[in-house]
Design a binder for this molecule. Structure first.
Ligand SMILES: [Zn+2]
Length: 270
């Protein structure tokens, strides 16, 4: 009986399947149910969830020099940027993990052999180990620091902090080989800027995603950025001509002609 009442359908090559098409009765159903909370919530939020990784890794792409300059000057305009840089060191002064409270996930401190949550002030029964790795990164324009937090590190290394801690004798805070292996590698980081960066002008940018750079995409992006820049320069010079003298215009066109002529000369150029 149950089997018979189950809904099944088969498609042929001529069948078309419509998923939520833009027709009236479908949108009315969608509207009616839209008051209900959605069952699945994208962890990264609705705007970034629409982006493919190929797009996401170029959102507000910046370079180390510009990022640091804007941070120090308190001139950061956005709260998410992407950055391509190579890891040059692991700053282990404050360790590479911390112990957190199992209920509020805030940092805990050891008092007489018991971890006490800094937030709830309660002793912690089951302390959680969380990655928190301060990395020095650089590109040709400068050096800065980023912080890899737990979920990003787990995804990147496919290992938990606890598993790595257990490889060392108690109290040994050396950097595990798995982390040392990151030094020298180049990644694209999605940085979620916070009050610390935006208001206080400090570095240590929090990493919310890590991508492996794709050479072709980077080259295409670079080309596009250069074209955009020269387009902007052209726009600037043409707008500065508005109401300006024709003499300047003539001068400019002479320059362009000269460049074109040189190009036509091809191999003959010195
Ligand atoms: Zn707590």
């Amino acid at each position: 009986m149950l089997l018979r009442s189950a809904l099944t359908f088969a498609t042929t090559s001529a069948s078309k399947i419509y998923v939520n098409p833009e027709v009236e009765h479908v949108s009315s159903i969608r509207e009616r149910f839209s008051v209900l909370p959605p069952a699945v919530v994208a962890i990264e939020g609705p705007s970034s969830a629409k982006l493919t990784p190929e797009e996401a890794m170029f959102v507000n792409r910046t370079i180390v020099g510009s990022l640091v300059r804007a941070t120090c000057a308190g001139e950061l305009q956005v709260d998410v940027v992407t950055l391509k840089a190579t890891i040059t060191a692991i700053n282990n002064r404050f360790g590479w993990y911390y112990i957190s409270c199992e209920s509020c996930v805030k940092r805990a401190t050891l008092h007489d052999g018991v971890f006490i949550c800094n937030n709830c002030k309660q002793p912690i029964k089951y302390p959680l180990a969380m990655f928190c790795i301060n990395l020095q990164v650089e590109d040709p324009t400068g050096t800065t620091t980023v912080v890899l937090l737990n979920s990003t590190t787990e995804r990147l290394l496919d290992v938990s902090a606890k598993k790595l801690i257990n490889k060392f004798p108690e109290g040994d805070t050396s950097v595990p080989l798995e982390l040392q292996a990151l030094v020298g590698k180049e990644f694209v980081y999605k940085l979620k800027l916070n009050k610390y960066n935006l208001v206080e002008g400090l570095q240590d940018y929090g990493v919310s995603a890590v991508y492996t750079p794709v050479e072709e995409l980077e080259v295409a992006y670079e080309k596009n950025a250069q074209a955009q820049a020269s387009q902007n320069r052209a726009d600037c010079s043409s707008s500065s001509q508005m109401g300006g003298s024709n003499e300047r215009k003539r001068k400019l066109s002479t320059v362009i002609e000269a460049v074109e002529a040189a190009n036509e000369g091809g191999n003959g150029a010195p």
